[in-house]
Design a protein around this ligand. Structure first.
Ligand code: E4P
Length: 218
């Protein structure tokens, strides 16, 4: 499963990218607002940090506006993926941008039939929002399961990008269900490394090693 980082904070992104484990980045208007940065500058810098897909979201609500913004965003760097909302205008613009060779991430997906439409529009990625469904008392992971089944039934190549990830278990379950990618907030990404038995096991190994008085490199 590809790991994307869901952030527009370049310090967090540089730290995560240094691991060598990051395949891409997603941003949204709220994350750009939180960064306090000019969007174009922030996206250009993020694209220089991570060579994989970097999602930059259009904010127009009509097709022409989405096309203009989408083309502009795609011109910032080769690895920009234009993010469009799952609306009728968003899917029309998606189809047209894809015809121009621009990759599109269709965002704010909350149902499997919405995901079916996005695949038909040629989206490169579909972003089902797991955490927000869970917040509303629904089952976010069930959405991943349904989309996986529908896409596999018909051979759609749109990649399932599990989004709105809140917990380590969201990452585990998205992987178990066959999501192609998960976009993960930096804090959850860092927490993926941790297990109490890793810490205590390592401590015991190092104490025993010290008792031998040896050194591997002499
Ligand atoms: C995905 O691309 C979105 O940026 C993000 O995952 C939304 O997550 P949130 O529900 O935590 O805002």
């Amino acid at each position: 499963m590809d790991i994307f980082i869901d952030s527009a904070d370049v310090r967090d992104l540089r730290a995560a990218a240094a691991s060598g484990l990051v395949d891409g980045v997603t941003t949204n208007p709220s994350l750009i607002a939180r960064s306090g940065r000019d969007m174009k500058e922030a996206i250009a810098e993020i694209c220089s940090i991570v060579s994989g897909p970097v999602s930059a979201e259009a904010v127009a609500s009509d097709v022409d506006g989405m096309l203009a913004e989408g083309r502009y965003l795609a011109s910032i760097a080769e690895n920009v993926v234009v993010k469009l909302p799952l609306t009728p205008a968003g899917l029309t613009a998606c189809k047209l941008l894809v015809q121009d060779g621009i990759r599109v991430n269709v965002t704010l997906c909350f149902s499997s039939v919405q995901a079916l439409l996005a695949a038909k529009a040629g989206a490169t990625f579909i972003s089902p929002f797991i955490g927000r469904l869970d917040d509303a008392g629904l089952d976010g992971m069930e959405l991943i399961r349904e989309i996986r089944t529908i896409y596999d039934n018909y051979g759609y190549t749109t990649r399932i990008l599990a989004a709105s990830i809140r917990t380590i278990n969201h990452v585990r379950d998205a992987a178990l269900l066959g999501a192609d990618c998960a976009t993960i907030p930096p804090k959850i990404f860092n927490a993926l490394y941790s297990h109490i038995l890793t810490d205590t096991g390592l401590q015991a190994f190092l104490e025993d090693w010290r008792s031998t008085g040896q050194s591997i490199l002499k």
